[in-house]
Design a protein. Structure first.
Length: 416
């Protein structure tokens, strides 16, 4: 199996619950059920608290895994953010008297995402459909409304012998993101404050689409977590990070990496470089790099550029001010070039010369003029495969995008 066909690290994380038969005991009072985003049970001397519930499809399994460890009724369900993989299983966990807690801005963020599913759904499926494929249709996403909303200043509550402090730490993934801090136990639940994979570059603006996450806000939220001095840090995905020194070291590494990308981008803007040049030239110093498993540092350059400069890039010129895209003249360019076949032949030379991206620019024109041109489709497949092999299959979004592109080309070539 080539590297590009192996499951990405993030694929392995989100599917790890498929074979789980027992809850993972993180401590004698905290238990984990693996899901697309994990669910956690925190037991106390007077009932239980659940932190996140996973998706609807995994919730029944999570409830069963937690059952042997339960010590009383579920008093609270705390949702660290308004994405469905955190709140989707709430109905399965609800009991008489259970209160659901969400962060500031939860309703607006939830409604924006669910209300735009006609837009986001197909985009999400292209990137995640193969990774999350099941034998049965997915259960519908419930529109969970919390009973209690955390103010931006934070709040706390006690259940039995445990105190829970809820701290607003926005824009790791959502504006309503909260931390769950157990001060006596020195345990913090961060949800997806740091994205789905620990020690990796934040996805400041996902390929799926979502509100941009501001780099300055991400760094402020990171500092809030570091200041807690946690001895166990529990994320939305994967295993906990254990040890005060280890947590501090990892947070320092992430801060250094993200700060480097921000400063590189702003310095480049001041030097008069355009965004594509900065993306193309970006490299981490060897002692600063962190993972590119979901977001990528080079994509963060583009997101930070837009955060500071806005949507209009002067190098795009006047046409960017209006609603007539460059694709409107693809047929003219193809005709002048001798047709889609001639463009495909030139694109093939680029692929053979190790320039698949230049090839794709030409193929966009060729297929814009003749969408079913077999020669152009075959060269586009070759260019996409070259990019997939070069990627190494480490980044889920890049890998899934390219795999989906190849699958769509195959379907078109087969006449489907």
């Amino acid at each position: 199996m080539s590297e590009s066909n192996k499951p990405t690290p993030l694929e392995n994380l989100v599917r790890s619950g498929d074979v789980q038969t027992e809850a993972v005991a993180i401590t004698p009072y905290i238990f984990m059920s693996r899901d697309i985003s994990n669910a956690y049970l925190v037991t106390t001397s007077d009932g239980d608290v659940v932190v996140n519930t996973g998706m609807p499809d995994g919730a029944e399994r999570s409830v069963a895994l937690f059952k042997p460890h339960r010590t009383g009724p579920v008093k609270y369900i705390v949702l660290t953010q308004s994405h469905a993989d955190h709140f989707g299983g709430v109905p399965e966990f609800m009991e008489a008297g259970t209160k659901v807690i969400g962060g500031p801005g939860y309703l607006e963020a939830r409604d924006d995402m669910l209300g735009l599913q006609a837009f986001f759904g197909p985009r999400t499926f292209k990137l995640w459909g193969a990774a999350l494929k099941r034998d049965t249709p997915p259960r519908p996403i419930p529109a969970v409304t919390p009973d209690i909303f955390v103010p931006e200043s934070g709040m706390s509550f006690e259940v039995g012998d445990r105190r829970f402090e809820l701290i607003h730490a926005p824009e790791g993934e959502t504006v309503d993101n909260i931390l769950v801090w157990l001060p006596k136990e020195k345990v913090v639940f961060t949800g997806n404050t740091f994205g789905p994979v620990w020690l990796s570059m934040p996805f400041l603006n996902t390929l799926r689409g979502d509100k941009p996450r501001l780099v300055r806000t991400y760094l402020k939220s990171l500092a809030k977590v570091r200041d807690l001095g946690a001895e166990i840090l529990i994320t939305g995905h994967g295993d906990p990070i254990v040890g005060k020194d280890k947590i501090r070291e990892d947070l320092d590494r992430m801060e250094a990496a993200v700060t480097y990308v921000r400063d590189y981008t702003l310095d480049g803007m001041k030097a008069g470089k355009d965004v594509n040049q900065l993306v193309r030239e970006f490299q981490f110093p060897g002692n600063v790099a962190i993972g590119d498993f979901h977001g990528k540092a080079s994509w963060a350059v583009r997101s930070i550029w837009q955060e500071y400069s806005g949507w209009f890039h002067y190098e795009d010129g006047t046409t960017a001010l209006y609603g007539v895209p460059r694709s409107s003249v693809h047929a003219d360019i193809a005709e002048l070039a001798g047709g889609a076949g001639a463009l495909a032949a030139r694109a093939r030379a680029h692929v053979d010369g190790g320039r698949p991206l230049e090839a794709l620019h030409l193929l966009d024109i060729a297929l814009g003029a003749e969408p079913a041109n077999a020669d152009a489709l075959m060269v586009k497949k070759a260019a996409s495969q070259a990019l997939l092999e070069a990627s190494g299959g480490g980044n889920l979004s890049e890998t899934m995008w390219l795999r989906s592109e190849i699958a769509e080309i195959d379907a078109k070539l087969a006449g489907n």
